[in-house]
Design a protein around this ligand. Structure first.
Ligand code: ADP
Ligand code: ZN
Length: 743
């Protein structure tokens, strides 16, 4: 079967000198700068769109995907032949369409996007067959020379289905040569079988938990969308602890029951042990995982199983969207507001937005879940593009925690301390009641800045516009942008004075020091990405907290997500103003979301919870909105401000980042790009300006910010703009559509 037609649309087709008879196609290699190139399919090979093929490219052999008909932009006599088709399921049409769409939207070359969909080269190899052995029923054993081991093997096989050699040898004590001899004699047959799927099918007989009325209504609405089929996007909008997970398990079950596939995107999959356990309780199996820490062999098996449909449920990070699903019927994006869904390097894309597109192209429903939905999603609900189902109360007896604001200007901590007397008192009461507490400070390390008290020298990263963060546990100063490390010195490198270096401000390590001195008899643990690395460490920590082996948990934002600890009744936010400092477009929104999520960890069981926010700015609207529990009021103000300035979701943004190793080249290129900047109604171009991180990993960086009305075709505009300017190869121009980082 061949879906590729002969050379339609070929520029040279009308020219008799170039009449071609061979079939030509275009093939896309997974290379960062590539688009599809034309090739000839040699006689005797048949290909279809989506096939993985081997091709000559330059002097190398490359792999690629048959993307479509030949483009016809190269004279046919110059085309080369493909080498052959690889033994893998062809990439589905919808995946190829999705890659084209992501490429067009993000302005990244198609090959760069394809690369994300071909991240497991091994999956394209012939799967290693496995062999099983069984009795040959037609064999006349009378002439067979019998030995005791042969007898044992034959007897064993007579009583069992086809067995693998390892099992036979173990059960009978015979050597491999015995089995081999029996096969050669014809008494035993060797069968080649497809390896069994390493993924167990979900158990759909486990009864659904007793859902509350509100949960039932929400779950039924979502199941109806699955049953109805076709594209729809639904926001599952429920407060923290309302049971969103239990609710979206129901449409997942509905899709699985139809034998279809489901993908769930989680922002921090490596930390999601509790989520996985709940999935296991509901469906009896562990889902296939897809994230950067999954090993190569497992990735290969998963990729193949997704392609041939033998695995039904994948839980993954954003890259799971690019898997070649054979029959995807539902997408769930949990914590849809999370900025972790935005990929900031390589192909710059937002996985939540691309997931909606993937659902659209696949004509299937998608569910976005959050307690603090993004303004973009809320605007889509308001515009009638997305449905909304709501969960307004916590599950069971739990109620939302009460929020108290502590003004640190009045209620001052001691010198070089960060816990206010009020919070200290509440912590002591919590421990005395046998309950657990959490202190949240979104700063890794000991201190964010080290200063020389003699000369004022500050330790800065040599590769980045950033201070070095002290990590006292390792005796190091570290850059959180590029990973640069230096040993913490005794003497100041600038003035040579010894013993004058002082840490400025707190990180979680320093807060830990304070907590240990303040509460010497309680059990305290710190959780940051520095010590909770990977799923195992996260699961163990969760277990310890659950078993109440920890009284006080101190940590960064990794503690904000999804965890459920029934005995945790007090959450102290040490510096509620921290996230508001950056002042970028979404600083208030992000801070609101983060603080709400952190607060949402308190009081999830039978005992009511309290959240204490330490702030120097109690009048700030983010603090006030959280204290009042008034999400709508906050969002309305935020949305109206965005509207006034034409900012997303009311207008569109894009950024250009010009970077290179030589500052003068970068400035020159940025200046030239600036001179060619487009002008027009509903359009504003800011820049070039040095990026806040004007030096990052040794590269100088300049930025442009483009704001446009929604009617402006942003990609076309940028494409035309950049095509007018030539920049040297040593300068990189990155396009960031819908930027979330303004650094
Ligand atoms: P959310 O994601 O909305 O914060 P979760 O889905 O984590 O809420 O639910 C909070 C807790 O309540 C979890 O431990 C969950 O297992 C439990 N829960 C929610 N709904 C039910 C239910 N209907 N039956 C039993 N337990 C439930
Ligand atoms: Zn650095």
């Amino acid at each position: 079967m061949s879906a590729a037609k002969a050379t339609s649309g070929n520029l040279f087709a009308d020219d008799p000198a170039f009449q071609v008879t061979a079939q030509t196609i275009s093939v896309l290699p997974p290379l960062p700068l590539a688009g599809p190139y034309d090739y000839i399919v040699p006689e005797g090979i048949s290909v279809q769109f989506g096939d993985f093929v081997e091709i000559p490219l330059g002097r190398q052999t490359q792999r690629g995907v048959v993307w479509g008909d030949a483009k016809g932009d190269v004279e046919p006599s110059k085309l080369r032949e493909i080498y052959g088709v690889l033994p893998a399921e062809p990439m589905p049409d919808v995946t190829r369409k999705f890659i084209d769409w992501v490429s067009a939207y993000t302005m990244a070359p198609q090959g760069a996007v394809l690369r994300m969909a071909m991240s497991v080269p091994d999956a394209l190899e012939q799967p290693k067959p496995i062999f099983r052995f069984t009795l040959n029923a037609d064999f006349d054993a009378s002439g067979l020379r019998m030995t005791p081991p042969r007898k044992r093997v034959l007897a064993f096989l007579a009583e069992n289905p086809a067995m693998e050699q390892g099992d036979i040898l173990r059960e009978t004590g015979a050597g491999a040569s015995v089995v081999k001899g029996l096969v050669e004699a014809g008494a035993v047959r060797r069968l080649m079988v497809k390896p069994p799927s390493p993924f167990d099918a979900p158990d759909l007989t486990i009864p659904r938990p007793n859902l509350s009325d509100e949960q039932t209504i929400a779950a039924d609405a979502l199941c109806e969308r699955v049953d109805a089929g076709g594209f729809s996007c639904t926001l599952l909008d429920g407060i923290t602890g309302s049971g969103k997970t239990e609710v979206y398990f129901e449409p997942i079950r509905a899709a699985l029951a139809e034998g279809k596939q489901v993908v769930v995107l989680l922002p921090e999959i490596a930390l999601s042990a509790q989520w996985l356990q709940r999935f296991r309780d509901r469906f009896g199996v562990v889902p296939a995982l897809w994230h950067s820490e999954v090993g190569q062999a497992r990735r290969r098996d998963t990729w193949r199983a997704v392609a041939d449909g033998s695995v039904q449920l994948v839980v993954g990070a954003r890259s799971a969207l690019f898997l070649p699903f054979r029959d995807l019927a539902l997408i769930v994006v949990d914590e849809e507001h999370e900025h972790a869904f935005k990929q900031e390097d390589g192909v710059i894309y937002h996985a939540r937005d691309m997931a909606v597109t993937r659902a659209h192209l696949g004509n299937i429903p998608i569910v976005l879940a959050s307690a603090t939905p993004s303004l973009e999603t809320l605007a889509n609900v308001d515009a009638g593009r997305y449905y909304r189902v709501e969960l307004g109360s916590r599950h069971g007896a739990a109620v939302l925690p009460s929020v108290e604001v502590i003004d640190i200007r009045q209620d001052k901590p001691e010198r070089l301390r960060w816990i206010t007397p009020t919070l200290k008192k509440r912590l002591a009461e919590t421990f005395a009641n046998g309950e657990q507490a959490m202190l949240f400070l979104n700063r890794r390390g000991y201190a964010p800045l080290t200063l020389c008290r003699a000369c004022g020298h500050r330790f800065q990263c040599p590769n980045c516009t950033a201070w070095l963060v002290e990590h006292r546990a390792w005796g190091k100063l570290q850059c959180h942008h590029c990973g640069y490390q230096a040993k913490a010195p005794d003497a100041c490198p600038a003035c040579g004075e010894e013993g004058k270096l002082a840490p400025c401000g707190p990180g979680v390590e320093r807060l830990y020091e304070e907590a240990v001195e303040t509460f010497p008899n309680i059990r305290i643990e710190v959780a940051t990405s520095d010590n909770i690395m990977g799923p195992k460490a996260a699961a163990e920590l969760v277990q310890r907290v659950h078993n109440h082996e920890v009284d006080l948990l101190i940590g960064t934002q990794i503690l904000a997500k999804g965890y459920h600890f029934p005995m945790l009744t007090l959450v102290g936010v040490v510096d509620a103003d921290l996230g508001l400092a950056g002042g970028d477009l979404r600083a208030a929104e992000r801070s609101y979301q983060l603080l709400t999520q952190v607060a949402g960890r308190a009081g999830r069981g039978d005992r009511p919870g309290t959240v204490m926010l330490q702030t120097a700015d109690p009048a700030n609207r983010v603090i006030k909105a959280i204290a009042a529990g008034d999400r709508n009021a906050f969002n309305e103000v935020e949305l109206s401000q965005r509207m006034t300035h034409g900012m997303p979701p009311h207008g569109r943004l894009a950024a250009l980042i010009i970077s290179g190793k030589k500052e003068n080249e970068v400035d020159e290129a940025a200046w030239r790009i600036g001179r060619a900047a487009p002008r027009g109604d509903g359009l504003m171009v800011l820049g070039p300006a040095p990026a806040p991180l004007s030096l990052l990993r040794g590269r100088y960086r300049r930025r442009f910010l483009i704001r446009a009305d929604k009617t402006v075709k942003m990609q076309a505009l940028i494409h035309e703009w950049l095509s007018k300017v030539k920049t040297p190869g040593s300068v990189r121009v990155q396009v960031d559509i819908d930027p979330y980082s303004f650094m």
